[in-house]
Design a binder for this molecule. Structure first.
Ligand SMILES: N[C@@H](CCC(=O)N[C@@H](CS)C(=O)NCC(=O)O)C(=O)O
Length: 214
């Protein structure tokens, strides 16, 4: 009934995978090579994932997909995204991804998700925006120090979930944006953040590399 087309590294795709796990719903998983333009374009008219095909009807926005899956409104998605505080949370996500991506991208391309062609395609696309990956690797300390400040703020807001004693939508959104850092060699989350991410992982029965180690 559900087929999810996704990139393994993509945080917007990970949020949907976490939602499937949280809600104990089954789906057929299709990890697309990053250089496959034809499949997404034939489904939705643009090269953007995740795409969820529901009884052969495709949909394209992660939050809309999550809303469709969350039939019992466990995640209170509408209420959360319409809350006046949500733009501030989105600004946090955007600050975090601007630091996570330059650290993680040079390593994502060496995971089993990529082959030579898709790796080269990703490199060309992303280096246009971010500059040579070699420089991103050389500058890793700059991104890590900026993240250190974010960790201190984030730690204050974990009670044990984000600004709450109950697990919710914001935890999925945060964890999916941070997950990519686990792929960066020798990178270590502060203990409290690591513990938090692991509890989100367990609640959502999430397994990052599930598609490659069946
Ligand atoms: N607003 C979309 C954003 C999805 C998105 O940005 N996906 C990225 C991957 S992380 C993508 O497919 N970009 C096109 C590309 O990388 O070629 C959503 O929430 O689903």
């Amino acid at each position: 009934m559900y087929t999810l087309f996704h990139y393994e590294h993509c945080p917007f795709c990970i949020r949907v995978r976490m939602t499937f796990g949280l809600l104990d719903k089954a789906y057929e998983s299709k990890v697309l090579p990053y250089n496959d333009v034809k499949t997404p374009e034939s489904l939705t008219g643009k090269k953007m994932l995740p795409i969820l095909s529901v009884n052969s009807k495709p949909m394209n926005e992660s939050l809309e997909i999550m809303q469709l899956l969350d039939e019992t409104n466990k995640l209170k998605i509408k209420e959360t995204i319409n809350d006046p505080s949500f733009p501030q949370f989105e600004a946090l996500l955007s600050r975090l991804s601007n630091l996570v991506h330059p650290l993680a991208m040079p390593y994502w391309i060496w995971t089993p998700e990529f082959d030579e062609d898709s790796r080269n395609y990703f490199l060309i696309q992303k280096e246009k925006k971010r500059g040579p990956f070699k420089n991103l690797v050389h500058n890793r300390d700059t991104f890590i120090s900026a993240l250190d400040k974010e960790w201190r703020e984030l730690e204050k807001n974990l009670h044990p979930f984000f600004e709450s004693d109950e697990f919710g939508l914001k935890d999925i959104l945060l964890a999916s944006h941070l997950w990519g850092l686990y792929v960066v060699p020798e990178f270590q989350f502060p203990e409290k953040i690591h513990g938090y991410l692991q509890s989100v992982k367990n609640i959502c029965k999430f397994d990052y590399h599930q598609d490659f180690w069946r």
